[in-house]
Design a protein around this ligand. Structure first.
Ligand SMILES: [Zn+2]
Length: 264
């Protein structure tokens, strides 16, 4: 394997069992410890480094996930391409429960999270973020089949779900799906010059989309479990189609970073 051929995967703990010949690696970073030990293994013939976003015991709610430590740790292990798995709500009946989505845009409605690496003595870099997701990663995921190509993900702070009025506002903007963990993950990936692709699974319709009781956590968990095989298939199909390395992808352009900011 070459130095940058390890593919990072961030997702739920349901993905441990996917990895062949896995080993655990405890990693520390200048931004603290990741959500859990990193699992190194292979999947779809690719070297993979997996971190469970919420910790193996699910101890980190969306607003407390150590996003910076997770991405820094993965990059320090050689990761340059990253695939993020996420359960989301749908803001439109055209993306019903069980739909897989490869978003192409993101809106940040989070607050109070450590959302940048540039808050220390290393100076600031202003990341280009017009297209938050890696074009090659998205193309690989779409080519894998079975997923809806494109969509805007709005990320809320949680851990509560939306009010009906909030959900209606998001629909008015024609945003497609809603989650709690996509930011600052996407920003931080760009700041570390990583290729970043999100594979989202619709587990519910957001509060204002249909008349009813709104989202419950039990509903989300049950739908996620029922659709896990589909998400696994999409992950495997995406991994097998990702380029051999990040070479020449625009996401890997680090020329804009301040000179004193040294990538791991
Ligand atoms: Zn890329």
């Amino acid at each position: 394997m070459t130095a940058d051929s390890v593919i990072g995967v961030i997702g739920g703990s349901g993905f441990y069992s996917l990895l062949d010949e896995s080993e655990q690696r405890a990693v520390d970073t200048p931004y603290g410890t990741p959500s859990d030990a990193i699992t190194l293994g292979t999947l779809a013939g690719r070297d993979v480094a997996f971190v469970p976003r919420h910790g193996a015991d699910h101890r980190f709610p969306p607003h407390l996930v150590p996003y910076r430590a997770n991405l820094w740790a993965l990059r320090s292990l050689g990761v340059r391409q990253l695939v993020s798995l996420s359960a989301v709500g749908s803001l439109t009946t055209s993306l019903p429960t069980g739909t897989l989505v490869v978003p192409d845009q993101v809106v940040d409605r989070t607050s109070g999270r450590a959302h940048t690496f540039f808050d220390g003595p290393t100076g600031v870099g202003h990341a280009t973020f017009a297209d938050p997701y890696c074009p090659r990663g998205r193309a690989a995921a779409v080519a894998a089949g079975g997923a809806h190509d494109a969509g805007t993900l709005v990320v809320i702070n949680g851990p509560r779900f939306s009010s009906r009025a909030e959900s209606l506002e998001f629909q008015t903007h024609r945003w497609s799906i809603i989650g709690m963990t996509g930011m600052p993950e996407a920003t931080l990936a760009r700041e570390l010059a990583l290729c970043y692709t999100t594979l989202a699974l619709v587990t519910d319709l957001d509060a204002g989309v249909e008349a009813g009781e709104g989202v419950t956590h039990a509903e989300v968990l049950a739908t996620f479990a029922a659709n896990l095989p589909k998400l696994r298939d999409l992950l495997v199909g995406t991994l097998s189609r990702l380029p051999a390395s990040q070479a020449d992808c625009s996401c890997g352009d680090a020329s804009w970073l301040p000179p004193s900011f040294v990538l791991p």
